[in-house]
Design a protein around this ligand. Structure first.
Ligand SMILES: *Cc1c(COP(=O)(O)O)cnc(C)c1O
Length: 365
């Protein structure tokens, strides 16, 4: 038996086949087909966003967003405690990343952000890490004060709300990932949400070669379109998203019970926030203990992941360009963290097994 950190949500084989049947009639496989249009409308509704632009994956959506903002060359303030994509998008679009430290919950620290603002700062790119919302009010204040956009990497935040308001509604725009391992998947896929019609139009150009008509190409866009099979998977998975998140919540609660009393930093509820239970991060007191836990879990057939270790400012590709001792909270979290298996159909016995292994390691230290 093998338990991985995630397991992709899938509809029944029959449901997916029924969803894609019409593609054999139309022979329309990509470029704003009927599934794309239907998914976009359904997501505008679910994410409470007037504009949702779909992409072939979240990373290219983020690159398209950075390009579509038409910023002058300069710096973008971000967090080192994220997936490679966040900083890579900044660098690949020609900007200099500047790393702010995070708070104990792993989200960017607005005070650190404000200290790092210079005349060269062009944008702030925070991450709703593990689906925990950033301090959106403070970040918004900073954005207003300095007249710079905040764009969120909301790859983990699909379905998260704060006082009933969707995570898609904060800042200038937000990027969602619909990768197979995320709470909601279109196999691969992603989206940008924004209130701005103008920005949405620019994103559409970035996604499809800058083409506006059969004989009109108005900008140097790339290709990052979501195809009809991806959109069809999204339509199927969206039907069960409420049940999926409720099942994840039950897994989360089982972990909280099983791990209670152990010296582990666990997810505290954020006031007013309805979580999507995207991940179950557990923070141990040292890297040695965390690594011992990972080894013991692997021996039991449980493959947890160290999200996010190493920090981005410690990546080999960025070596000697950044100093991760300047982001000490992020460093400590990265050293202690492991994300335990989390998916909607993870069995209670498996949660019990995982927690038994962890308890054994901690009580023998
Ligand atoms: C998954 C992820 C991305 C990239 O999304 P893809 O759809 O895989 O390209 C970006 N940022 C974070 C934090 C992610 O977890």
């Amino acid at each position: 038996m093998r338990i991985n950190v995630t397991r992709s949500s899938m509809p029944s084989f029959e449901e997916y086949c029924e969803e894609i049947r019409s593609l054999w009639d139309s022979h329309w496989l990509t470029n704003n087909g009927e599934k794309h249009i239907a998914l976009r409308a359904a997501l505008c509704d679910y994410l409470q966003s007037p504009e949702v632009e779909l992409f072939t994956n979240g990373h290219l959506a983020l690159e398209a967003l950075i390009a579509a903002l038409d910023l002058k060359p300069g710096q973008i303030i971000t967090t080192p405690f994220s997936f490679a994509s966040t900083t890579h998008a900044i660098v690949r679009k020609g900007f200099m990343p500047v790393f702010a430290d995070v708070k104990e919950d792993g989200t960017i620290d607005p005070e650190c952000v404000e200290k790092l603002i210079t005349p060269e700062t062009r944008a702030i790119l925070p991450v709703h890490v593990y689906g925990r919302l950033c301090d959106v009010e403070k970040l918004d204040e900073i954005a207003q004060k300095y007249g710079i956009p905040v764009i969120y990497d909301a790859a983990h935040a699909f379905g998260v709300t704060k006082n009933g308001v969707s995570a898609a509604c904060f800042g200038t725009a937000s990027m969602f990932s619909f990768h197979a391992t995320k709470v909601f998947n279109t196999i691969e896929g992603g989206a940008i949400t924004t209130k701005s019609r103008e920005l949405a139009e620019k994103l559409a150009l970035e996604r499809n070669f800058g083409i506006t008509g059969p004989e009109d190409v108005v900008s140097v866009g790339g290709n990052a379109k979501m195809n009809e099979f991806q959109a069809a998977m999204g339509l199927c998975n969206l039907r069960r998203i409420g049940e999926d998140i409720a099942a994840r919540k039950a897994v989360h609660e089982a972990y909280m019970v099983e791990l209670s009393g152990l010296p582990i930093g666990l997810t505290a509820e954020q006031p007013g926030v309805e979580s999507n239970y995207a991940y179950f991060p557990a923070v141990f007191e040292s890297r040695e203990i965390r690594d011992a836990v990972c080894t013991a879990l692997a021996e039991a057939g449980v493959f947890a992941r160290k999200y996010f270790y190493p920090l981005i400012n410690d990546f080999e590709c960025y070596r000697d360009r950044f100093d991760s001792t300047l982001t000490p909270v992020a460093k400590r979290l990265a050293d202690g963290v492991v994300t335990l298996p989390m998916y909607s159909d993870l069995a209670p016995e498996d949660v019990a097994l995982i927690c038994r292994v962890i308890r054994e390691v901690l009580t023998h230290e």
